[in-house]
Write a protein that binds this ligand. Structure first.
Ligand code: NAD
Ligand code: 89Y
Length: 339
């Protein structure tokens, strides 16, 4: 498969490293409106064909897919352009700024008969995945409670300055992943309530969010996120888990320690992800998940399957983000299905 990557910024570097290790897919062209980022990235990954304009690239290149690694304002036009060119598409999170945009993007790619995957990679982190599979296999019986927690004081603003500028911050940027993990464990969400707060006076949006989810299958989960938490050990960017089931409990604690306790006893596993040759701590769990999700995309195309984190699936995660903002603003419990 021949692909092009659009947006050569902070996170795209991980995506390009990951593509170099994936058999069956090659990135043959790059696009960025910013000439310096474009040429630096082209040189770093030895990709000769470069474009400042995505439409010009799609016109000139013979491609099978595009990997969109820009920030949210350009997602809808780029996804629609790729659909019109008849390409399979990966699009970074947050998928869209509104539910209406997201639905239109899913519709555009489905009408073109192509595959759309959202780069919703946190549920693909190997430690998180091991916990999800353990619960799905029934190791702790029927799950009835979960706490999915991401709390840190890490400075994400130096690498991603735009995060300090938006009216929305942690739910849209990071909570979206943690809400998606809650869906991966417990399924669809019937009702959601949320409280938010801004602690850091130097940013515009909320940096703390606490959310309570009632899932259709009966479980309740608490999803809590903070970038205002100064504690040791600093756990960035680990998602910590506590899941209670009818037959036992599962915990993913700081330092990638996975504990499963049942009547039969206790098992403790070290599920620290491998440090890929191009990766660096503490980002290595996210970096590994980039390789895993991109490989999932290639495998799904080869097998004619819909990706687990498809555009259509992501509409439900995005609805949780919208529900959380609406609940925090109104003080009401919100049904994501109404959005
Ligand atoms: P960035 O600002 O560093 O990079 C985005 C690049 O896209 C810039 O170089 C910009 O010039 C380019 N661009 C924007 N619009 C364009 C267009 N229409 N055509 C061509 N180029 C265009 O942003 P980033 O920090 O790399 O984030 C990109 C996306 O990745 C965001 O949506 C962010 O939320 C997401 N992200 C995801 C993860 C993850 O784990 N999944 C982690 C970090 C960031
Ligand atoms: O943008 C965010 C993401 O998706 O993962 C971590 C991050 O880089 C900062 O919150």
């Amino acid at each position: 498969m021949k692909g092009a990557l659009i947006g050569c910024g902070f996170f795209a570097q991980n995506q390009l490293h990951a593509w170099s290790g994936i058999e069956g897919a090659d990135i043959v062209a790059l696009c960025d409106q910013d000439g310096t980022r474009l040429s630096d990235t082209a040189e770093r990954f030895a990709i000769a064909r470069t474009y400042r304009d995505a439409a010009a690239m799609l016109e000139a290149e013979q491609l099978d897919f595009v990997d969109i690694a820009t920030t949210v304002p350009s997602h809808r036009p780029l996804v629609e352009m790729a659909a019109a060119a008849g390409l399979d598409v990966i699009c970074q999170k947050p998928f869209a700024a509104t539910m209406a945009d997201a639905r239109a993007m899913v519709e555009a790619v489905e009408s073109a008969g192509r595959v759309l995957m959202v780069h919703e990679n946190f549920r693909w982190q190997s430690a998180v995945r091991r916990a999800i599979e353990t619960v799905r296999e029934g190791a702790i019986g029927a799950p009835f409670f979960g706490r999915i927690s991401f709390r840190s004081g890490y400075d994400v603003f130096s690498g991603q300055p735009y995060l300090a500028e938006g009216e929305r911050f942690i739910i849209e940027d990071l909570g979206i992943h943690i809400l998606d993990i809650a869906r991966a464990f417990f399924g669809d969400v019937e009702r959601l309530s949320a409280a938010t707060k801004r602690v850091n006076p130097q940013i515009r949006g909320e940096d703390v969010a606490t959310m309570l989810l009632q899932h259709s299958q009966g479980a309740s989960s608490v999803v809590d996120c903070s970038y205002a938490t100064r504690r040791q050990p600093e756990t960035f960017p680990q998602t910590l888990l506590e899941i209670d089931g009818s037959e036992g409990t599962l915990r993913l604690d700081a330092g990638y320690r996975l504990t499963v306790q049942t009547k039969g006893g206790e098992s403790i596993a070290d599920v620290e992800p491998p440090l890929l040759p191009w990766a660096e701590k503490p980002w290595h769990n996210i970096q590994e998940s980039v390789s895993i999700i991109q490989r999932h995309f290639v495998d799904c195309i080869a097998a004619g399957r819909e990706p687990e984190t498809s555009g259509r699936d992501n509409l439900k995660t995005l609805a949780l983000v919208e529900a959380a903002y609406r609940s925090a603003a109104t003080g009401q419990t919100v049904r994501p299905a109404d959005l």
